[in-house]
Ligand binder design. Structure first.
Ligand code: FAD
Length: 432
């Protein structure tokens, strides 16, 4: 029999918790990846860059595996159907995989686990994509934190060298199944096209030292762009956290902790994927003006900092964090458009899209989340620009026509008016 290792959002051979345990199971390990039709069918763009990224990574993994006389089994189907096929065609002792905390993934894994159990096959899952998960960092009474700062304090208190140690998978590659190269379905087979997007590399160390001073200025390359690699597990969180922990300034490490905080929140409060964390915020009467939403998406709001951000997103699949906060505040508060519309648009466009962080970021901006900006804190696009893009370098990069201010389109909404309207709408919803 074989042990199957099911790759999902942990697409690397080195320092991979579940793979390590599979390799030590005593049975040869068959690596598996499923292009899950259920997820792919939801994607709106045929040239979705994330699909191309995953595809490239799977091809590269396969080449690595060939060096060890092995190969990855790649199936394009709904996960449950794929498992029917795999169970029929292989003699499986156990299945190994890493935790995935998103609501869809949790349900899928329960269904697969039950199916495997009917064939007496074990389903063993491991923590891999975070340093601390689920209930590992809680309040003293065992309840989940819903405020970041005490969570962070507890996170540091719980940290021991063991948690940052790499799993030495490479020692056990001899335990991979020996097989000829297995075919990978093409992007066309899956009804996708190759994206022309540029993917960021995995460098991150050069930003850590100056991160605290540089991270808020979108015209500077002050952040790592490592989000995509964290999303798909092409880097190990243990390696990142260990490196970051070695720096005296912990600002960058704290951002990695924010990521875990939001994953913990999504795990405990799965309703937040499409409902306000604080239910009273679901009572807000949004304006939901479709034309204004379109202008926001296209970067044509007449607010140059908002437009620059949206154009960066549309052109590259990335947007600087400071600008994400500005455009999200603008959509939910100035335009009074449901934050879920914005969350959805980000989900479609961001290379580093991560449901937990995206929902967390949007609900923070809309005021409805854990630890959120209070509803009366409404970003003023102009003062944000003065503070964070004082020389208008970022704006001019993405909105070149801004150079001739007289020709720049008028704002689609007046900020002072929008501010009052927002305060009113939020007050009505919250005092009910
Ligand atoms: P760096 O600044 O170099 O930080 C390193 C890593 O830390 C990031 O890659 C990310 O994994 C993590 N991180 C940094 N800031 C945050 C944060 N505030 N919350 C959670 N994790 C953080 N981040 C995503 O990874 N995916 C999303 O879909 C996402 N959507 C967002 C939506 C909104 C409205 C807002 C305000 C923020 C969102 N963020 C999201 C958080 C943050 O903007 C990005 O993580 C960051 O800009 C990514 O750039 P970087 O890789 O250069 O990050």
């Amino acid at each position: 029999p074989v042990s199957v290792f099911w790759f999902r959002r942990d697409l690397r051979l080195n320092d991979n918790a579940g793979l390590y345990h599979a390799l030590k199971s005593g049975n040869p390990v068959l690596p598996l990846f499923i292009f899950d039709k259920e997820i792919l069918d939801e994607l709106e763009d045929k040239d979705d860059a994330r699909v191309t990224f995953i595809y490239n990574v799977i091809e590269a993994l396969n080449k690595e595996l060939h060096k060890h006389g092995s190969s990855i089994l790649v199936i394009y189907d709904k996960a449950e159907h794929a498992w029917d096929k795999i169970i029929k065609e292989h003699n499986i002792a156990a299945v190994y995989t890493n935790h995935d905390y998103e609501p869809y993934a949790t349900k899928r894994d329960e269904a697969v686990k039950a199916k495997l159990a009917r064939h007496d096959i074990g389903f063993k899952t491991f923590k891999d994509q975070v340093i601390f998960e689920k209930d590992e960092v809680t309040k003293d009474d065992g309840k989940p934190y819903t405020v970041y700062t005490p969570y962070q304090r507890k996170w540091y208190a719980a940290l021991k060298p063991f948690y940052l140690k790499a799993y030495p998978t490479e020692k056990y590659f001899k335990n991979l199944v020996k097989t000829k190269a297995l075919p990978i379905p093409s992007l066309q087979d899956m009804d996708f096209e190759k994206s022309k997007a540029d993917f960021p590399d995995q460098k991150y160390t050069d930003v850590i030292g100056d991160y605290a001073e540089k991270r808020d200025f979108p015209a500077i390359e002050g952040t790592s762009h490592i989000g995509l690699h964290l999303r798909f597990g092409t880097v190990s969180i243990r390696e990142l956290a260990k490196t970051a922990h070695g720096y005296p300034n912990k600002t960058w490490l704290n951002e990695l902790i924010w990521r875990e905080f939001y994953m913990m929140i999504l795990h405990h409060f799965p309703h937040t994927m499409d409902h306000a964390f604080r239910p009273e915020y679901d009572r807000i009467r949004w304006e939901n003006n479709e034309e204004q939403f379109k202008a926001w998406c296209e970067g044509k709001t007449g607010y140059p900092i908002v437009d620059a951000g949206m154009r960066e997103l549309n052109a590259t699949g990335f947007m600087h964090n400071r600008v994400r906060m500005i455009v999200a505040s603008f959509l939910s508060k100035d335009l009074l458009i449901d934050w879920r519309w914005g969350e959805h648009y980000f989900a479609r466009k961001l290379l580093d899209y991560e449901m937990a962080s995206n929902v967390g970021g949007w609900q923070w901006a809309a005021g409805s989340g854990t630890d959120a900006a209070p509803y009366f804190r409404i970003f003023n696009p102009e003062s944000q620009t003065k503070k964070f893009d004082p020389e208008l370098k970022y704006i001019k990069k993405w909105v070149p026509e801004y150079a001739d201010f007289s020709k720049y389109p008028k704002p689609i909404v007046d900020h002072a008016f929008a501010r009052e309207r927002c305060l009113k709408a939020f007050k009505i919803a919250l005092v009910k």
